[in-house]
Ligand binder design. Structure first.
Ligand code: SF4
Length: 347
């Protein structure tokens, strides 16, 4: 069979693998066996799966494959943040960032698309436009590859792309993340960040457990329309109503990402409006000082403004965490490593 017609097992959920195997007349428990080899032991060759009968291994070899990604480039910053650039089969590339946390823990930020259609003005990836969705295997393989450098405790779908614009492949990847025979992550350890695609957001909440993060970044439609064109389709009032409707487990909160940009969204009035917008939502706010990059007119906020903004939120009993901008010396903002290595220029 030509290689392009082989089924990539990493594109299959457990149910789909069971179905594939039943087409070959094989028992369903073989699916768990195969998945344990692939995800538990990082084995990509059917030949090495020694608890499968030789005939089954040969049959799998003829009909299926197990893909894998190796980083083409890795950059490590002084704070230990590591950026991987992965080259995909069609020559496209994506990046994944490993962020060290306290007590030797690590969070992995993964991509879900090549480029992005959302066009947010503060984002380098947005300036490339959307090239294509990643497959389930390409999403899963970012985690498999980064795990070779040490264990990962949290996954955030916050890299290149709008995850909800690739909902079906993302949900399949999440099923593989959560499966004990798969990557075995608790849904509590996985967070998806969206620019605010409301119908898909509500669909996600109905279909699978996950922490939700909303990239908010403005407190008026006028400013958000400018920063995030998606706001023209789904304005703030509707977005906040959808966040109120999102199903949360007890003690779970919706995270709101707020990139502070000098003289754009960092005023005292913004802080006040933000409190009003989030009224009635179990919320946590991540304040992220804008990371300046060449080609963008937007500026980082002053240390004083960041302080004042956070202090106001805390005084109103909000949970407002200032996120350290990690990996500043290695092109930390999303899309910048890709831009550098591919020679792509920002608009
Ligand atoms: Fe896309 Fe996220 Fe960048 Fe917006 S911030 S353009 S949603 S990758």
């Amino acid at each position: 069979m030509p290689e392009s017609q082989l089924v990539d097992i990493k594109n299959l959920t457990q149910e789909e693998l069971i179905e594939f195997l039943s087409g070959l007349g094989k028992e369903r428990f073989r699916a768990s066996q195969i998945m344990r080899w692939i995800y538990g032991r990082d084995v990509c060759s059917f030949d090495a799966m020694t608890d499968l009968a030789k005939a089954l291994r040969q049959e799998l070899q003829q009909r299926a494959t197990v893909s894998s990604l190796q980083p083409e480039a890795v950059e490590e910053s002084s704070d230990g943040t590591r950026k991987y650039l992965f080259r995909l089969d069609d020559g496209q590339s994506v990046e994944t960032v490993r962020i060290p946390m306290e007590a030797g823990r690590a969070t992995l930020c993964i991509s879900t698309q090549v480029g992005c259609a959302m066009g947010c003005s503060f984002c380098h990836t947005g300036s490339f436009g959307l090239v294509r969705n990643l497959t389930t295997a390409e999403i899963v393989n970012q985690v498999c590859a980064a795990r070779r450098d040490g264990p990962i405790q949290n996954i955030v779908l916050m890299g290149m792309g709008e995850p909800l614009d690739n909902l079906e492949n993302v949900i399949k990847a999440l099923k593989i993340f959560y499966l004990p025979e798969g990557l075995d992550f608790s849904p509590r350890k996985v967070t998806l960040s969206t620019a605010g695609l409301i119908p898909q957001m509500l669909d996600l909440g109905r279909r699978i457990k996950i922490n939700l993060a909303v990239s908010l970044n403005a407190t008026t439609d006028e400013v958000r329309d400018r920063l995030m064109p998606i706001n023209r389709r789904y304005p703030l009032k509707e977005l906040m109503a959808a966040c109120r409707a999102y199903p949360l487990a007890p003690r779970q909160k919706v995270t709101f990402e707020y990139i502070l940009i000098r003289d754009v969204n960092d005023s005292d009035q913004d802080a006040k409006r933000l409190v009003g917008l989030l009224h009635g939502i179990r919320a946590k706010i991540n304040l992220i000082p804008y990371n300046e990059h060449p080609g963008s007119p937007l500026k980082a906020p002053t240390a004083r403004r960041i302080e004042a903004f956070q202090t106001y939120l805390l005084s109103r009993d909000m949970i407002a965490i200032r996120r350290a901008s990690k990996g500043q010396d290695i092109s930390a903002a999303c899309g910048q490593l890709k831009g550098k290595l591919d020679g792509t220029k920002s608009k």
